[in-house]
Design a protein around this ligand. Structure first.
Ligand code: HPA
Length: 277
């Protein structure tokens, strides 16, 4: 008997391949604040998640669910406009299916972006943070269950989830563009509730600089498959308990939108540099 998760992935792949003939080099996942990034690239085609048989479809307001295929400079990219979150109720295996699918389509590099709450007191709302490492221990591993040997090994090494060379590219690109960039560790909680002040104090004690509700599960499967990974968080707010204000999704979204133009510039120029590697 074949593995159901792998069979589902292959079915989505066959379905997508029949609809779009494009081989990306870089897979880019758009977080809040970068939602309209795909409007600024040279688009070749789009594919709505709902048009792929068996594909998990996102429900949250403001998240468009589609792949956009095109070019950033000369670099062929596939962009996930709208990701799938664990808090929406999907199985973790479904949350990461799109990442696996983009690898099957040909993507060698995974570039993740997200909005995150700053835990580090040196951070400010609107900062960009290059992710240097992550803490995924508060969400179930997407690799639980029979190993998909076709994709990777049972016990994958996670010493460098975020590729060191790609981190250098981000830092050098930010420096060239004179865009200030923080560095830090991203911790994923399940959400959908924002964290309590005690959870934020715990996160800081554990070594996190930012917290959010996505990403670490995606980068784990990317590493499992041997993709090179890099990521940038937009610090949309200081996390709960660090300021007087309560958190609202609207304010998080607005702060992320404000940082968007610098964020977009950094992502574009970084992808163009990655194209030269
Ligand atoms: N916590 C969790 N996720 C987030 C936050 C936060 O403070 N801000 C943006 N995404």
């Amino acid at each position: 008997m074949g593995n159901q998760i792998y069979e589902k992935l292959l079915k989505c792949y066959e379905n997508a391949k029949a609809k779009v003939d494009f081989q990306p080099k870089v897979a880019l996942v758009l977080g809040s604040g970068l939602g309209d990034y795909a409007d600024h690239i040279r688009v070749v085609s789009t594919l709505s998640y709902r048009d792929i048989e068996g594909f998990p479809v996102s429900t949250i307001a403001g998240h468009k669910g589609r792949f956009v295929f095109g070019y950033v400079g000369e670099v062929p990219v596939v962009i996930m406009q709208g990701r799938v979150h664990y808090y929406e109720g999907y199985a973790m295996q479904d949350v990461v299916l799109p990442i696996r699918l983009m690898k099957l389509m040909g993507a060698e590099v995974l570039f993740v972006t997200n909005a995150a709450g700053g835990v580090n007191y040196d951070f400010h709302a609107g900062d960009l943070m290059m992710i240097t490492d992550q803490i995924s221990s508060f969400v179930p591993s997407p690799l639980i269950g029979a190993n998909l040997d076709e994709l990777g090994v049972r016990f994958p090494d996670m010493s460098h989830i975020y590729d060191v060379q790609l981190q250098n590219v981000i830092e050098q690109t930010a420096a060239r563009l004179e865009i200030p960039i923080q560095k830090g560790v991203y911790l994923q909680f399940t959400g959908p509730a924002y964290e309590s002040p005690a959870e934020i104090r715990m996160s800081r004690t554990l070594g996190a600089d930012a917290v959010g509700m996505s990403t670490t599960c995606e980068t784990i499967v990317a590493n499992h498959m041997g993709m090179r990974v890099c990521g940038i968080s937009c610090i949309s707010n200081l996390a709960c308990g660090m300021t007087e204000q309560p958190l609202s999704h609207k304010e998080v979204q607005e702060a992320a939108d404000k940082a968007a133009s610098l964020f977009q510039k950094l992502v574009t120029e970084t992808i163009m540099e990655i194209g030269k590697l």
